[in-house]
Design a protein around this ligand. Sequence first.
Ligand SMILES: NC(=O)C1=CN([C@@H]2O[C@H](COP(=O)(O)OP(=O)(O)OC[C@H]3O[C@@H](n4cnc5c(N)ncnc54)[C@H](OP(=O)(O)O)[C@@H]3O)[C@@H](O)[C@H]2O)[C@@H](O)CC1
Ligand SMILES: Nc1ncnc2c1ncn2[C@@H]1O[C@H](COP(=O)(O)OP(=O)(O)O)[C@@H](O)[C@H]1O
Ligand SMILES: [K+]
Length: 487
Amino acid sequence: MYGVWTPEQVRAAEEPVLARTPDGALMRRAARGVAQVALGELERRTGGVSGRRVVVLAGAGNNGGDGLWAGYELRRRGVAVTAVLLSPDRAHPAGLAALRRQKGRVLLRVESGVLAIERADLVLDAVVGTGARGGLRPEAAALADAAATAGVPVLAVDTPSGVDPLTGVPGEDSVQAAATVTFGARKPVHVLAAPRCGPVTLVDIGIGPELPPPPVRVLEAADVGARWPVPGPGDDKYTQGVVGVAAGSATYPGAAVLASGAAALSTSGMVRYAGSAADEVRAAWPEIVATDTVGEAGRVQAWVVGPGLGTDDAGARTLGDVLDAGLPVLADADAVTLLGTHAELRERARNAPVLITPHAGEFARVAELTDDRVASAQRAAADLGVTVLLKGNATIVAAPDGRTLVHPAGSAWLATAGSGDVLSGVAGALLAAGLDPWWAGGCAAFVHARAADIGAGAADGPGSPVPASFVQQALPRAIREVREAVR
Ligand SMILES: NC(=O)C1=CN([C@@H]2O[C@H](COP(=O)(O)OP(=O)(O)OC[C@H]3O[C@@H](n4cnc5c(N)ncnc54)[C@H](OP(=O)(O)O)[C@@H]3O)[C@@H](O)[C@H]2O)[C@@H](O)CC1
Ligand SMILES: Nc1ncnc2c1ncn2[C@@H]1O[C@H](COP(=O)(O)OP(=O)(O)O)[C@@H](O)[C@H]1O
Ligand SMILES: [K+]
């Protein structure tokens, strides 16, 4: 597990360190880190560093200062460095002087910058970092565009410029980085807009001890593997937590098959299905015990409710029955919509061990969704008194007590019909096994996204489309992988 801190928290943590270290020391540490990663990129991409061409896009603030100092370090290693100054009269004085001392070239016009980029091996994006506001301004946009058009890789300094460091939302023009080097702490953009950043290298600049507890955490494979429920010698099919799935309808039997099958693949023990798709579920999964109603289902330790359920009175009754059982509940899809339309169901869910798993559209039916998806999920969790898993390329899980995690997907292959039904079965199985809703949501999101990568063949190649049934079938491999990560 690692932490993510807001730009404001990072700035506050830098202050005492700045005060007790010599002027510019922090920036020099950051710049050396950037230069090291840049040298690695040059070596990997061109087979060498000496004489290779790097263009630094340098903005007016300290981010530009990092870039200029990194240019200085690269010059010392024999790299041909050209800096393009976006605000020539406000460029970082010490960084600029250092680069000039090492005979780095300095350009003041965008047109000359574009020509230099077209011949470059690597571009350093030091336009703007944590002080960013909005998308790229026109000059910076033209330079970023030139790099993209010429296919020159961009190494982002701290954050890809033009992408909001706090929310990860890209402005109209923004940098697409091949890799990012950040300092002191990872920031939200690195996990909320991971595809914009590429692989992120974290450089230690000595601010760690000054940071507060992280407001947002990211799970790693070993965290998930360590919590995945497995049977012990004394277990039988009941002791591990029986999952009940109330999903599907005559119109959507597939949702029932996807959710209950995913539950069967996620923990040992037993899955019960209750609903009008009992025949389809039995046919696909003979090991699942299927009945027509929740009342007939027998005892379970958690319910999955909602996928394909329908939003009519019958659906509302089913959701009510499940909430009244006093067990952990995973409410997805139609169950989320029903919570949005029925205040009394919201009241029954409040402060119970409930995990809701809306996509953006469903989320908007129960709470306000702004560009700040993390804050939106946190607010919704606190207001509704349930744990909220907001789906997307970066999945957010927020508990009513404020605990928050983000899971950045490794690819976008999950954007396929029915994949959410699979997630609900996985998370429901974890709830039944006794994980608290926050951990159940986080571990489920991790394994679900990994199963998509495995199913799509994206783990070790470019990949191909993966239907939800294949995501479901890849769950055992994803679970084995996270368990293998536990050492
Ligand atoms: N503190 C430290 O010790 C350390 C800090 N470090 C580094 O400092 C960075 C933070 O530096 P910072 O606070 O100076 O802000 P920064 O990101 O350079 O941006 C401000 C400038 O950008 C401009 N600008 C704004 N929006 C823009 C846009 N959309 N498009 C274009 N330009 C835009 C804005 O211009 P203005 O609005 O004033 O015209 C202003 O001049 C941090 O990310 C890290 O890299 C490291 O060296 C480690 C030690
Ligand atoms: N662009 C994307 N990249 C990665 N994961 C995505 C993307 N879009 C959607 N997902 C994931 O796919 C799943 C889709 O769920 P949902 O929208 O409920 O689909 P359905 O209702 O068809 O089952 C969620 O787990 C979500 O996080
Ligand atoms: K940057």
